[in-house]
Each structure stands twice: as structure tokens, then as C-alpha cells.
Design a binder for this molecule. Sequence first.
Ligand code: ADP
Length: 401
Amino acid sequence: MSPTRVLVLNSGSSSVKYQLLDMRDSSRLAMGLVERIGEETSRLRHTPLGTGGETREWSGPIADHEAALKAVSEELAKDGLGLDSPELAAIGHRVVHGGKSFTEPTVIDDAVLAEIERLIPVAPLHNPANLTGIRTARALRPDLPQVAVFDTAFHTTMPESAARYAIDVKTADEHRIRRYGFHGTSHAYVSRATAELLGKAPEEVNVIVLHLGNGASASAVRGGRCVDTSMGLTPLEGLVMGTRSGDMDPAVIFHLMRVGGMSTDEIDTLLNKKSGLIGLCGDNDMREIRRRVDEGDEEAQLAFDIYIHRLKKYIGAYYAVLGRVDAVAFTAGVGENASPVREAAVAGLEELGLAVDRELNAVRSDEPRLISPARTRVAVAVVPTDEELEIATQTYALVGR
Ligand code: ADP
């Protein structure tokens, strides 16, 4: 029998997240995380899922990604699932930036690696770590097909009118400046799952997807194809996020340099790590913010209001971009769990055919579900995202059988 398992790897600069799936039934066999790679206090957390075993934790120095992946393979091997297993069909890698070049999941060879490397200037934080993960996995299993699944790929269908910034064309082209968008694997999965929830084919429906995690982005999806998205050249643009500012006047940056005396790196850190919800109220976890709001904390209330205001602006903008909207889908940590966010984001939009049913909105579930009242024109849905399953599915579709 041909191999049916796919290992999904999401390699960060000091971490590796992984899941092993069996593509016969898309079941998860194991999942885990290696953190603080390169430090004395690295940690591995491994959960076998197929065998019903307990989560195992291990702590100690893990020098680099190679050591991390070997440690992962050893954990997997305890349940007969190691990297050397003949039942492993492929490894699917999450790659953040595929630029304009990669519009689809791609089997990795030396030319593909070189192109991902060439994109480092537009993704300096992410692509180097993704590359390290790929190189390490290839060294351990050179015979195994490895596939890159790009966060940007789903957005490459955007028309030029949405993808181009209104800046000098020559400068933009020279530096490859345009809207690329991110979280594409999630937007693809959720827009498809939303169509399924409505009992329709993806080609038949227009969906606004709101991926609200610690990072957050919105997308407008017409008939299964992305036509606009809120993140841009980098994940900094768009919605208010846990620690990122999202949209603002770009001249704020010149002002901080000229008047505030800040360096480029300081501003980068300010806008990516110390802004958004955490910059506004000191917390980036929506649970904590809601708790404070319920206690009457004004700072938390203002942060929440700014977050919702921006979200509403994007719902309105993408409504106009799409012309006809069949569904608005909430996903990721905040979108799937924070009912007050969903209620507030849609409040007052009845004229647009949008409303949330309080009781349905309060239901907690891991299943895709509708939360709009029965007869509203636009469905409002909660659709849990599953980026690992999507990466595994795309990987297996390319190399399986
Ligand atoms: P990312 O993948 O971007 O790190 P997630 O999609 O896992 O993020 O979302 C994490 C965020 O989800 C947390 O920072 C928190 O704000 C929010 N979150 C998680 N669970 C809940 C919950 N039960 N209620 C409200 N917010 C939640």
C-alpha cells in the first residue's frame, strides 16, 4: 500500500510546531511543539493522538532545528511513527512568503529553495526560519517529497487594483512592494468550509472571512477566489491585532523618526510588538480584555472599541468590494471564541442584511455553525480554521498516491 501519512511542519526562528496526519481519513496521529530552540531551556511537548497516549514533555538544551527535528522524530518513533517510517508520504511545510512567484503549493527542489531565499527581503522575519526547517527536513529524509504551502498563495488571485499600492510604479516594482496578504491557508480553508456550511459550491458564494487570532486579517472571497485582503507587504497592515497596529497614516513613521528620534528598528518593534491591543491597554488576550471591560475598565473598553471599529470598517469595505455577500465567517482564536467581538462587529449592520442571534452566538462548539437569525439575508458563521489539515491536504494532493 502506498504511504498515507503527512507530517506538517511550521518552523519559526526558535520553534517548530508539527502535526502528523493520516490522509486516508484526515485523522491526526500526533501533534506537538518544540520551543526556545538554541537556549538552555528548550522544551518539547508531544501529544500522541491516534493511540490515546498522554502528552509528554521534555525540557533541556536543543541546539538547533536539526536537533529539534531529531527529537521530534524520536518522540514519534515511540509510537512507531518516526520520520524514517515507510508510511510517511511527504512533509508539508508552512512557508510565510511566496511573493508573486508561488501561486500554488509546490514540491520543493533546489530552484524552489533558491526562490524562497530570494524572497527574504520581503519576509525577513519568517522566510529564513521556514527555510531552515525545510533544509533540516530534507537532510534527514532526502528521498521524501517535501511541499511548500505558502501563506500568500491564496491571495495571488487579487486583481492589480487591490494588490497595488498607489505609489510610484517603478519604485514599487524595483522593491517588489505590493499587497501580498497572509493567513492565506486559513482564508482558503474557511471560505470553502463556509460554502459547505451553506450547502453550496465555493464558486457560488461570496464570503468575507475574518481571521481574528493574535495576528488578524480579513479577506473578500468571490466565488472561491480572493479579491482583496487586509494584510499587505507584511502582516502589519489592516486590522487591529494583539500586538500590531494595523492601518495608520504612514507619516506616523516619519514623525517618530524626525520628532521622536526613533530608529527604524525601534519603530518596527513598536508597531509589530508593542501596539494593537497590548499597546492600547497592556493586554493582548481578548479573554483578559473582556474581563476588564466587564469590570468597567475604561482603558480596556477603549481598546475593545478601537478593535471593533476597525473590524466594522473592513466588513463595510469588503461588502462594497464584493457587491453581494452571502456570508461573513469568523475564525481563529478570537473569532471562534469571543462572542462579544462577533456581536459588536455586526451590531447596527441590519440594513446590510447582517445580524447575530444572541443565543446561537453564545453556543460554544468546535463545529462550523451559523449564528445569524433564520431569515437574514447574509449568513453570519463561526468556522474553526484548520491550517494544518489544509497544508496536509494540499501536500497530499500533490504527492500522494
Ligand atoms: P495565533 O495563531 O495568531 O497565535 P490564535 O488564533 O491561536 O492566534 O488566537 C489566539 C488569541 O485568541 C489569544 O490571544 C486570545 O486573544 C484569543 N482567545 C483564545 N481563546 C479565547 C476565548 N476563549 N475567548 C476570547 N478570546 C480567546
